[in-house]
Design a protein around this ligand. Structure first.
Ligand SMILES: *Cc1c(COP(=O)(O)O)cnc(C)c1O
Length: 433
């Protein structure tokens, strides 16, 4: 399979080229040059096959001849080693739990798969690859766990000392092995500045082999098709249209949903469910895309004012507003509405939703009010409620149960290295290690 840039000015490249580069040289985002449809019979067969086999069949065409079959099989089976659970709140409303991976959020799909793909692509390189990331909380854990134990790659995570929660910190500072956490005496902006300086340091890049494992990497998007297919397999067969509500920030999740639709999944429409950062819902209303600084909300993994996958959404809809509107309907929720929805879901369905999932449920309800005709709703649940225990406590008056994985990691010792916010120190560290 060849990959092209959404900006159309970069040469076609291989999957390896697209994954190693991240961003295309013309500043665009990589897209598969074509997307092959599965026949209705093939899709029907998906219902009866083991999930690993289904994921393998879904991603195979996107790898083409570049990856030997056994290698791709291993990448798929090692990365997707946790379940996707469908919970039916009512006959017409289902929640797809994507948070049963090691860091209790859906980013495990993308991070684990991309880590192994990158691990394969750098095999045989003489230099070890260093994945360098700055985190304000959640990205660090998904990337650290994704790359944990992958040969040939080490991860260096910079995070601001004392500015993230203990649960967040322990998720990526207690791992050891090929994961190093640098606890920077400074802010998240300092961490980002240090990382940027390292990437633009030509001298350093001659000696060290650095990459960013950025969220716009196509290697993170492809495996996000898997759970859209998982939903199709598990949903009751229905004659009414399927509407999928996606809690969205950078819109990788929703983009992967449209990929899944293009390979044949019968989704009638997607809902772009956002918090107050409603740049895309606004665009859907008035046709104007106005990026702006992110606003802090209680669904903070979606506090994005300039969604970085938007060019892919446009590209998939032939850059025409009316096609985007046909594919996606939008809704932005306030924090008050989100807290009230968490309470309502708990009272009505005895279900604990995290704030991001609650934003998805609000999107579905708003859609239903405007489109009362029969349909089936699927809300993607992107995080385990225990990751947002304080907000859950505020909404429903009780803390959610702590999963064993999180409890175990809270007991382990922090292994991070105290670090200054001077670039010279980072440079020395990356050159020496
Ligand atoms: C990253 C994240 C999102 C947003 O996903 P995008 O693909 O960026 O739209 C939603 N919920 C949670 C919990 C996340 O971590």
């Amino acid at each position: 399979m060849r990959y092209r840039s959404t900006s159309g000015k970069a040469p076609l490249t291989s999957l390896r080229g697209a994954v190693l580069r991240g961003l295309a040289p013309d500043g665009g985002l990589y897209m598969p040059a074509e997307i092959a449809r599965h026949s209705p019979q093939e899709l029907e067969d998906f219902r009866g096959l083991p999930f690993t086999e289904v994921c393998y069949r879904v991603v195979r065409p996107f790898a083409g001849a570049e990856l030997p079959e056994d290698v791709l099989w291993q990448i798929v089976s090692e990365s997707i080693n946790f379940p996707v659970k469908l919970v039916s709140l009512s006959p017409g409303l289902h929640v797809l739990e994507l948070f049963h991976g090691p860091t209790l959020a859906f980013k495990d799909f993308g991070a684990r798969f991309m880590a192994r793909l990158l691990g394969y692509f750098v095999r045989g390189e003489s230099k070890q690859l260093t994945v360098l990331v700055a985190t304000s909380g959640d990205t660090g854990s998904a990337v650290a766990h994704g790359f944990l134990g992958v040969p040939g790659i080490r991860v260096v995570i910079l995070y601001p000392s004392k500015r993230i929660s203990e649960a967040q910190e322990k998720q990526f500072t207690t791992l050891g092995e090929n994961i190093t956490a640098l606890e920077v005496a400074g802010s998240f902006d300092d961490c980002q500045r240090l990382v940027k300086q390292a990437f633009s340091d030509e001298e350093l890049n001659k000696r060290a082999f650095l990459t960013s494992a950025n969220s716009i990497n196509i290697g993170r998007l492809l495996p996000q098709m898997f759970y859209h297919v998982a939903a199709y397999r598990q949903l009751p067969v229905a004659s009414v249209p399927l509407i999928v509500s996606v809690p969205s920030g950078n819109f990788g999740n929703l983009t992967a949903g449209i990929f899944a639709k293009r390979i044949g999944l019968p989704v009638a429409r997607f809902i772009a469910s956002t918090n107050a950062n409603d740049v895309v819902p606004q665009y859907l209303l008035n046709g104007e895309f106005r990026a702006r600084p992110g606003i802090a909300t209680i669904s903070n993994a979606m506090d994005v004012g300039n969604p970085n996958n938007f060019p892919r959404l446009l590209d998939l809809c032939r850059n025409r507003l009316e096609y985007v509107q046909k594919e996606i309907w939008g809704h932005g929720a306030t924090d008050e509405e989100t807290l009230a929805a968490m309470k309502m879901v708990h009272e009505r369905y005895n279900y604990i939703a995290d704030p991001h999932t609650a934003v998805g449920i609000l999107g579905w309800e708003a859609y239903k009010r405007e489109h009362p005709e029969p349909s089936q709703g699927l809300v993607l649940s992107t995080a385990h409620p225990a990751k947002f225990a304080e907000i859950v406590q505020r909404a429903i008056g009780a803390a959610p149960p702590l999963p064993d994985r999180l409890a175990a990691c809270l007991k382990r010792d922090k292994l991070s290295l105290p670090f200054s916010s001077n670039y010279a120190d980072l440079r020395k560290f990356l050159s020496a290690n």
